[in-house]
Design a protein around this ligand. Structure first.
Ligand SMILES: [Zn+2]
Length: 254
C-alpha cells in the first residue's frame, strides 16, 4: 500500500499511528473497567453466604467462573498491549521506509504477543490480585493472598503507597493522566504538553523529585494506572457527595 520511501514518511506514519495508539490505550482502560465490574459482582456473590453455610460451596462455582472471565480479559489485554507496543516501536524507530511496514509490523507483533499468560504471571497481575483479594476480604478483612504474602517491610510500604489523584500543577483531579517514564510521576496530559510546547521541556514539579528537562517523548499513557486513578477519584467524589447529603440532613434536623 505504501510504495515510496520519503523523508515525510515518518511524520505521516506518526500522524497515522498515534491516534491508533491512543485508541488502543482507551480500550485497555475500558477492559480494566470490565474487570472492575466483575470484581464488584464477585464480591456481591461472595457476601451472600458465609464459609461453612451449606450454600457456600455452590457460590464458589460462580466465583470460579468469574475468575475465568478475569483471566480471559487479561489475555485479551496481553494481545492488545502487544499490538500497542508494536505501533509504538514503529513510531519510535523513526523509519521513513514505508515499503517494509507490513513486514515489520508482522515480525514485531508476533514477538510482542508470543508469550502466553501462564498462571504465575496472572497471579502477579495487579488487577487479578485485586479481584482475588477483594473477594477474600468479604469474610476475612485482613486476609492476604497465599501466593503474595508480604515478605518484608519494603513490600508492605509498596502496597500501602497512596495513589496520587491530582495534577501537581493544576491541583485538580486528573482527567487524562499521563506518566513520566523517567520518574513515574503523573501529570494532567494537556497541562504537561502545553508547558513542554511553550518552554521546550518541563522539570518534574513533584516535591522531592529531581527529574529535569522532561520532553514530550518521555510522557507515556499508562492505562492500568489511569484506570486505578479514575476509580479512586470516583470513590472520593462519591464520599464527598454522601457527606454533603448527610450534612444537609443534619441542617434540616436542626
Ligand atoms: Zn517526578
Amino acid at each position: 500500500m505504501y510504495n515510496r520511501a520519503s523523508s515525510s514518511g515518518n511524520s505521516l506514519l506518526k500522524q497515522t499511528l498515534e491516534p491508533l495508539i491512543l485508541n488502543h490505550n482507551k480500550q485497555t482502560e475500558t477492559v480494566y473497567g470490565y474487570i472492575g465490574n466483575i470484581t464488584e459482582l464477585a464480591k456481591e456473590i461472595e457476601s451472600l453466604h458465609k464459609p461453612g453455610d451449606p450454600e457456600y460451596d455452590s457460590l464458589q462455582e460462580h466465583i470460579q467462573q468469574l475468575d475465568g472471565c478475569v483471566r480471559e480479559y487479561l489475555d485479551m489485554l496481553r494481545i492488545s498491549e502487544g499490538h500497542t507496543k508494536t505501533l509504538q516501536q514503529i513510531v519510535e524507530s523513526n523509519t521513513s521506509d514505508l515499503s517494509k511496514l507490513e513486514e515489520t509490523y508482522d515480525r514485531l507483533s508476533k514477538a510482542n504477543t508470543a508469550k502466553p499468560l501462564d498462571d504465575d504471571s496472572i497471579k502477579q497481575d495487579e488487577m487479578y490480585q485485586t479481584f482475588r483479594l477483594e473477594v477474600l476480604r468479604v469474610h476475612d478483612p485482613t486476609g492476604e493472598l497465599d501466593w503474595n504474602k508480604p515478605q518484608d517491610d519494603d513490600e508492605i510500604m509498596l502496597t500501602q503507597q497512596t495513589l496520587v489523584v491530582t495534577c501537581p500543577w493544576t491541583r485538580t483531579h486528573f482527567n487524562d493522566p499521563i506518566e513520566c517514564i523517567r520518574c513515574h510521576h503523573f501529570y494532567e496530559k494537556s497541562e504537561a504538553i502545553s508547558r513542554i510546547r511553550k518552554h521546550g521541556y518541563i522539570d518534574c514539579p513533584v516535591a522531592g523529585c529531581s527529574e529535569k528537562r522532561i520532553l514530550e517523548a518521555n510522557l507515556k499513557p499508562n492505562p492500568k494506572m489511569a484506570y486505578r486513578i479514575k476509580q479512586e477519584i470516583a470513590r472520593i467524589e462519591k464520599e464527598k457527595r454522601e457527606k454533603a447529603a448527610q450534612q444537609a440532613v443534619e441542617l434540616t434536623d436542626d
